[in-house]
Design a protein around this ligand. Structure first.
Ligand SMILES: C[S@@+](CC[C@H](N)C(=O)[O-])C[C@H]1O[C@@H](n2cnc3c(N)ncnc32)[C@H](O)[C@@H]1O
Length: 217
């Protein structure tokens, strides 16, 4: 609990001090994801850990309806202001939410869930498992979950100090590096569509796509 609170304060401070944190250009993952979601006929997206909204706003500009969540109110207020400024507030909503808590949507009501560089934050493996279970609960059958996380192939892996439970400290932020075993573990009871390594801003990441299985007919 202490780590969780400290992380929330760290992120809040980071966003208050740096209005440009993460930039405004969409991530590589968001550009890739709009094509996937578009081809799958998805029109609504729940984004977790959306930060100041570079990807939420991009998804909205591409025609998706986006509900963006984060546990930093500083980030979300900038996201809301940018949505209003860009005339996207009919397609983007934003709400404060800690992903350790149950997800607000009812069962099987969401078309897709998207989380860019969020699951590799300060979560225990048990918290990660319960988060993916929650995501599966809210998705409609056949719904898609796309996430990206730092990989153990990243050069920082092993170069920052370990703080226990497989977590590392990086400038006051706690983080985890994912190997294929963890990716596969989190895809248990899902259809794993793909797990691909890619590079962005000198980081090596996994991009993972998994689908909630449709019930057997
Ligand atoms: C590396 S940033 C990525 C932000 C955004 N997805 C992007 O790509 O610009 C990680 C984000 O996760 C959020 N976050 C970390 N832990 C969280 C938690 N427990 N619940 C909700 N959001 C969390 C942080 O506030 C931050 O906005």
């Amino acid at each position: 609990m202490e780590l969780a609170r400290a992380q929330q304060e760290r992120w809040q401070r980071a966003y208050e001090q740096n209005p440009g944190l993460n930039g405004t250009d969409p991530s590589a993952a968001a550009r890739w994801t709009v094509r996937l979601f578009g081809a799958a006929g998805i029109d609504d997206v729940l984004e977790l850990g959306a930060g100041q909204g570079r990807d939420a706003l991009y998804l909205a500009r591409q025609g998706f309806s986006v509900h963006a969540t984060d546990f930093s109110e500083a980030a979300l207020s900038r996201l809301r202001l940018a949505a209003q400024r860009d005339g996207l507030d009919d397609r983007v909503t934003a709400a404060l939410h800690d992903v350790r808590d149950p997800l607000p949507p009812a069962d099987s009501t969401v078309g897709a869930v998207y989380a860019n560089v969020v699951l590799n934050m300060a979560f225990s493996r048990a918290e990660l498992r319960s988060l993916v279970t929650e995501i599966r609960r809210v998705l409609r059958p056949g719904g898609l979950f796309v996430y990206t996380v730092w990989s153990t192939d990243d050069s920082r892996y092993g170069n920052c100090s370990e703080i226990g439970d497989g977590l590392y400290a990086n400038d006051g932020f706690a983080c985890r590096f994912f190997d294929l075993d963890l990716v596969t573990d989190l895809a248990d009871r899902w259809e794993l569509g793909g797990a691909d390594l890619y590079t962005e801003d000198d980081r090596v990441l996994w991009r993972v796509t998994q689908a909630k299985p449709a019930p057997a007919s």
